[in-house]
Design a binder for this molecule. Structure first.
Ligand SMILES: [Zn+2]
Length: 491
């Protein structure tokens, strides 16, 4: 039996506004618990919300970025449910008149092939507070700093066909949100979270089977694992004729146990008893506002990719990787603007730089190396002031300390040995103490050169100028001055 997986994703992204959606409290992450609160955002009776215009502005921007239509009239609704982190016992959201609807995002599949994922709607709503469960304590604490931070919810159609596609989709959305500065998308801080709806059916069937919702996943890795696990769980239930056990429910991904766990039966829309929010007037969005925002849209990842291929003659795959993170692309461009060769820069960035970034678990904006210093290192290697190998050592120190390459080379005495007399002395020493490889060479085994070069580098801690060393080595060997003497010595 061939099965088909059907996935739809809801993404919650915190908008990059300075203040909350209905009050003037700041939105900055990491403040002292319950510091960013006021009577409005902790839901005290008698307070009145005032809708933050910047929220609508960014929601329209998101809509335009994802090819949506924009509703000229939109409204807020109350979604009624009780949860301790929602102090009003309702969330102000949008039900039947979202700001944006009917959009799509294209995911590149290489070689002019795209996978178009339809977006059903994008609406605005307020975020809830955060429950803090203390270990071995009977109490749960609540931090309302997050309550009232504006969110957009981006709801896809069930167009995704595998966990991998779902991850690609969320990555594409995240990238565009960051390029357009709509959200900072810090998944680790919870400013981008996703829920996934997943069901399976026999390949060729049209009807959708019961779907299960996986809640609040905040990393790509966990999303992939959670979906794969749930896909397998459902498959096994269908195969064993236990389809009645696939219920419309909300499940939580337990990354430690590596499985999804039932949380609650999924509420139907009517359970929320939506009704129009009486304290907020209808939102009117005229064409001129939309046009004005359209003009403010900046470069999209795809546009940047094409520019990199055309301007810097980069390979498509490299351009794709560089543009998968706006900050990484910005960093690359500044290094090139400081005078480094673009292709060499790409090799450094996609090689040693990303490796160190990953190993140290930091993001591009936390990197200590200044773009001009990065360019300087590349040019020092190009001018053969240092070898590529030493360059890697210097780079690592730059990454850890933020020091300039010239300072590190000076401090550690890493400058390349280009002096002919000094190198000749080392070459002589290496030839004298490696008689067997030398004899091999004279017997026609030319690969012995590689070994001898390795010995020269070893003697000089990698500081010998490779080209000059090789020239000297070949010159000495061509005179055969090491052949008879050492053969005689050994006999
Ligand atoms: Zn407030």
């Amino acid at each position: 039996m061939v099965w088909e997986t059907i996935i739809g994703i809801e993404i919650h992204a915190e908008l990059k506004t300075n203040s909350k959606i209905f009050c003037n409290c700041p939105t900055k992450f990491g403040a002292e618990k319950n510091k960013n609160t006021c009577p409005v955002c902790i839901g005290l009776p008698g307070t009145l919300p005032r809708l933050n215009k910047e929220t609508i502005h960014l929601a329209i921007k998101a809509g335009l970025s994802f090819n949506c239509k924009i509703n000229n009239f939109s409204k807020m609704d109350r979604k009624n449910y009780f949860y301790p982190d929602t102090p009003k016992a309702y969330q102000v959201s949008q039900n039947d008149k979202p700001i944006c609807f009917d959009g799509f995002v294209d995911i590149n599949k290489g070689a002019d092939c795209v996978n178009r994922i339809r977006i059903n709607r994008i609406h605005i709503e307020e975020d809830a507070g955060k429950l803090v469960h203390l270990e071995r304590e009977p109490h749960t604490l609540i931090d309302y700093n997050r309550a009232g931070i504006p969110l957009i919810e981006i709801v896809s159609e069930p167009d995704l066909r595998s966990p991998t596609e779902a991850v690609e989709y969320v990555k594409a959305i995240k990238n565009i949100l960051m390029y357009q500065e709509i959200s900072d998308c810090r998944m680790e801080e919870g400013s981008l979270r996703c829920d996934a709806n997943i069901s399976i059916r026999k390949k060729g069937e049209y009807k959708l089977n019961t779907k299960v919702e996986l809640k609040n996943i905040n990393s790509f890795k966990e999303l992939q694992k959670a979906l794969e696990n749930e896909e397998q769980r459902q498959k096994e239930l269908y195969i064993n004729n236990q389809m009645d056990k696939v219920m419309q429910e909300t499940r939580r991904w337990d990354s430690v146990k590596g499985k999804t766990i039932s949380m609650r039966k999924k509420e139907e829309s009517q359970d929320y008893r939506y009704f129009p929010e009486p304290d907020i007037p209808i939102i009117t969005i005229d064409k001129s506002w939309i046009n004005c925002i359209k003009k403010q849209l900046s470069e999209f990842p795809n546009e940047r990719k094409i520019r990199y291929i055309n301007n810097y003659r980069l390979k498509e795959k490299d351009a794709e990787l560089l543009t998968s993170d706006k900050a990484l692309g910005n960093y690359f461009e500044k290094i090139v603007a400081s005078g480094a060769d673009p292709k060499t820069t790409v090799n450094w960035i996609l090689g040693d730089f990303l490796k160190l970034l990953k190993a140290n678990e930091i993001s591009v904006d936390q990197v200590l190396i200044k773009e001009s210093d990065f360019a300087e290192l590349i040019n020092l290697i190009k001018r053969e002031d240092i070898s590529q190998k030493i360059g890697k050592v210097v780079f690592k120190i730059m990454f850890l300390t933020g020091k300039r390459p010239k300072v590190i080379i000076e401090e550690k005495g890493l400058k390349q040995i280009k002096n002919k007399d000094a190198l000749e002395k080392i070459v002589n020493e290496v030839l004298t103490s490696n008689t067997n490889p030398v004899n091999d060479y004279y017997e026609g085994k030319t690969q012995a050169i590689g070994y001898l070069m390795g010995q020269i580098m070893k003697e000089t801690n990698g500081q010998a100028n490779p080209q000059l060393s090789k020239e000297l080595l070949l010159l000495k060997l061509s005179c055969k001055e090491y052949l008879p003497i050492h053969n005689n010595d050994e006999q």
